[in-house]
Design a protein around this ligand. Structure first.
Ligand SMILES: *Cc1c(COP(=O)(O)O)cnc(C)c1O
Length: 424
């Protein structure tokens, strides 16, 4: 039986080069001088962000919460998909969709809520686009008795109400952004009462709320190191589960928005490859949307972490914070940058990039769902596409690879999108 790890893995000490530090957007000073961060995040998270420790103990309360939400998550062999593709490859997928909100995001929302609660904060505040992150924060806040305030882009608030309902059921207050609650929001609303909003505006509203009051903490869904650290539970569990199968993955595959589910499944193995020589032959493939081609078409340079320009600047592959990707349904892959640690590993050619279009991804998701029963989230569908192509390549070459996929979420709240793209 798979067991829950009792510590998280942090790749920083195992990186082949030191990570370029975050910088202040105004002074370009290093991270430790950035004034706003201690007002936004619990001290424990800021320590984790730059921790030189390879392992960080998971507090008991978080272990309990992970267990209560169904961790460890199942690792499933995709036998029917293998048969359908007539491939000698063995395909395994790690089911992060079994989290109650349907994606891997509670893995970091829970610790962020816990550390805020430990500091006697009263409110957890965040922004959300389609609502995957907002619903994870709403759930985590409710588990630790915190109030939750979510600024949701007005266009999603109106057009994609289901995750908004879920957040409300968990007890969160959900405001369409721009809202009348903050100064930047009110100004935009005055200019245009029907303003559709954007993630950048929603971030500004959340951050302004946290900086402007007592007892508020901000929660962030990806990109920052501590989110990657928390997500390592995925990979640590998967390593044990693959060991139980007596197998070592030849290829590990995940989709990348900010990079948290990719780092989650890959870093425990990639770190071992760098430090101990285990997983020497394992490849790590990160799949993006060709609508936001940071890895396959972007630059490696300092850029703002958020579209609002409030958070630190990070050295990362990016398409520029002003880049507005075409409105694809995989909202989680539209981020303009990519976590610095993954960017560095990409630069060192230890991570392989791929990009697919929405149509390629959604077609792959249909094949996967018919074979395995699980409909992947639109984001996850991009990684599924690579898995199918790789398995077909294995057939052509008569090569029996072991492929491990992070199934970061399910698509049951995205059926509208599937209906539109697949013309159902
Ligand atoms: C948010 C999200 C992503 C993208 O975020 P990462 O930080 O890159 O993992 C991928 N898949 C699902 C299901 C998501 O909800």
């Amino acid at each position: 039986m798979a067991t829950l790890p009792n510590r998280w893995y942090n790749i920083l000490p195992d990186l082949p080069k030191p990570l370029p530090p975050p910088r202040d957007p105004e002074s370009f000073e290093e991270y430790s001088r950035i004034e706003n961060l201690p007002k936004l995040f619990p001290a424990e998270l800021l320590d984790q962000e730059i921790s030189p420790q390879r392992y960080i103990e998971i507090p008991d309360a978080i272990l309990e919460a992970y267990k209560s939400l169904g961790r460890p998550t199942p690792l499933i062999r995709a036998k029917r998909l293998e048969q359908l593709l007539n491939t000698p490859a063995q395909i395994f997928y790690k089911r992060e969709d079994t989290n109650p909100t349907g994606s891997h995001k509670p893995n970091t929302a829970l610790p962020q809520a816990y550390y805020a609660y430990k500091e006697n904060s009263k409110y957890l505040v965040t922004e959300t686009g389609a609502g995957q992150w907002g619903s994870a924060v709403a759930l985590a806040a409710s588990l630790f008795g915190l109030r939750c305030l979510v600024f949701m882009t007005r266009s999603s608030y109106l057009q994609k109400p289901y995750r908004r309902y879920l957040m409300s059921i968990y007890g969160a207050e959900v405001l369409p952004s721009p809202s009348g609650r903050t100064k930047p929001g009110s100004e935009l609303l005055r200019e245009d009462p029907e303003h559709p909003g954007s993630l950048g505006i929603a971030i500004s509203e959340a951050v302004e709320t946290v900086l402007g009051g007592e007892g508020y903490r901000y929660a962030v869904g990806s990109v920052m190191n501590f989110t990657l650290i928390h997500q390592s539970v995925i990979g640590l569990e998967a390593v044990k589960q693959m060991e139980e199968e007596g197998l070592t993955p030849d290829v590990v595959v995940a989709c990348v928005g900010g990079g948290s589910n990719f780092a989650g499944i890959a870093f425990p193995m990639l770190g071992a490859k760098l430090s101990s020589g285990d997983f020497r032959h394992t490849r790590f493939v990160a799949v993006e949307s060709s609508a936001a081609p940071r890895m396959t078409g972007g630059k490696y340079c300092y850029e703002f972490a958020d579209t609002a320009g409030i958070m630190p600047m990070l050295k990362m592959y990016n398409v520029g914070r002003g880049y507005v990707p075409p409105p694809v349904h995989a909202a989680g892959l539209r981020y303009h940058g990519l976590a610095p640690a993954i960017s560095l590993l990409l630069r060192e050619r230890l991570v392989e990039p791929r990009a697919y279009s929405q149509e390629e991804a959604f077609e792959a998701a249909r094949v996967f769902a018919r074979a395995e029963g699980v409909l992947p989230a639109p984001e996850t569908a991009h990684a599924v596409r690579y898995v199918i192509e790789e398995a077909v390549e294995c057939r052509r070459r008569g090569r029996g690879e072991v492929i491990l996929l992070c199934l970061s979420g399910h698509g049951l709240l995205d059926l509208q999108s599937y209906g539109e793209v697949l013309k159902l």
